[in-house]
Design a binder for this molecule. Structure first.
Ligand SMILES: *Cc1c(COP(=O)(O)O)cnc(C)c1O
Length: 360
């Protein structure tokens, strides 16, 4: 007997034309790339196929024990009309690190990058020429055994899918308000916070919801031990700007083991230095953040990530009192770095490190 899929679980109809209302994570492109791993055979050759529903045994190990890792990276249309993927080799390396942490086989970097080349070259027609749109690529790997023994899977499936993305928080650059979570932790020392595994995000949803109930768009995570040091914002890294003009200093929390080392974070540290600012990794406490804003030392705050690019923070709501950052509007250093990152993506800024991977 064939079971009918319940309402809502069916793949949305595939658009054959450029997506008009992208940015909601559901404007999937028409294809996916899939391959499997077994201990005896290793990785099979990845195959391009139409995006379609999966058929999974209800006892699929990854569904039960969250042996699931993923990545998120983007392809952009350059001003010359060609497509480029941003820093795919760095995402490939992080995907391997995530897999290793969850006792999964590592996907060779060449397979990761070639699957991306295959999907982007096939589906790039679904990206309009609106420069604020991009193709968000989502590599995923999960334990595929139909077996509920509490141990690592012996079969794995790698899937690469994509959707057309607009601006994450809308097209215009607007500040977001943030709420500090004192109750929940995103990650713990020795845990999985420094890799991209699915379970990290399920555990963060209640705090994100609490932030929204407090009238804020995003949650700020503190370190899980002392509950003093600022770590991340939602699924993004954070940056603080001290001072203004050419002498401004750009600070991001140092990698603590429970922070996710963002590719965008790394890119912005380099762009900040190239723009002549001092860029540093340093611990910063919540008290320091509040105090330095009050004294006018911290002038701007923003968050970074592949999805959100650069998102300015305008206001903090906290049980110890609320405060505004600068005048509550996006600051000049934030906007400058954001523009440089966007220009880099579109091939109009020098790329000395070869971060743009051209799709021929
Ligand atoms: C993915 C992610 C980031 C941003 O990483 P990028 O490589 O810049 O996209 C930051 N924090 C968390 C928790 C993440 O999952």
């Amino acid at each position: 007997m064939t079971l009918t899929a319940p309402e809502g679980s069916v793949a949305p109809p595939v658009a054959q034309q450029p997506a008009r209302r992208p940015g909601h994570g559901d404007a999937f492109t028409a294809h996916m790339v899939a391959t499997d791993w077994t201990a005896s055979r290793g990785w099979a050759t990845p195959e391009l196929q139409p995006l379609e529903n999966l058929s999974l045994h209800p006892g699929t190990l990854g569904l039960h024990y969250a042996q699931v890792v993923f990545e998120g990276l983007k392809a952009h249309r350059r001003v010359d009309g060609g497509m480029s993927v941003f820093r795919p080799w760095d995402h490939a390396r992080r995907f391997r690190r995530s897999a290793r942490r969850l006792a999964m086989p590592e996907l060779p970097e060449e397979l990761f990058v070639s699957s991306i080349e295959q999907l982007v070259s096939t589906d790039e027609g679904m990206l309009s020429d609106d420069p604020s749109h991009s193709i968000y690529l989502r590599p995923l790997m999960f334990g595929a055994d139909a077996n509920l023994m509490l141990r690592p899977s012996e079969h794995y499936r790698y899937l690469l899918m994509a959707f057309v993305a607009g601006g994450f928080f809308g097209q215009d650059v607007e500040t977001v308000s943030v709420w500090v979570s004192h109750e929940h932790s995103r990650a713990i020392p020795g845990g999985t916070g420094n890799v991209k595994c699915a379970g990290n995000y399920a555990g963060s949803f209640v705090a994100q919801r609490a932030a929204q109930e407090a009238g804020c768009q995003q949650v700020v995570w503190l370190d899980p031990v002392e509950r003093r040091w600022v770590e991340e914002m939602g699924g993004m890294n954070m940056f603080f700007v001290r001072g203004s003009g050419p002498g401004a200093e750009i600070v991001t929390p140092q990698l603590s083991g429970s922070l996710l080392p963002g590719v965008t974070r790394d890119t912005l540290l380099a762009l900040a230095e190239r723009a002549g600012y001092t860029a540093r990794e340093e611990r910063i406490s919540l008290d320091q953040w509040r105090d330095e804003c009050a004294r006018g030392v911290i002038t701007e705050v923003f968050a970074s990530g592949t999805a959100a690019v650069v998102t300015p923070v305008g206001e903090v709501r906290d049980e110890g009192g609320d405060w505004v950052i600068g005048d509550g509007r996006p600051g000049p250093v934030t906007l400058q770095l954001r523009q440089q990152l966007v220009d880099l993506h579109h091939g109009t800024l020098a790329d000395p490190d070869g971060w743009l991977h051209r799709i021929s």
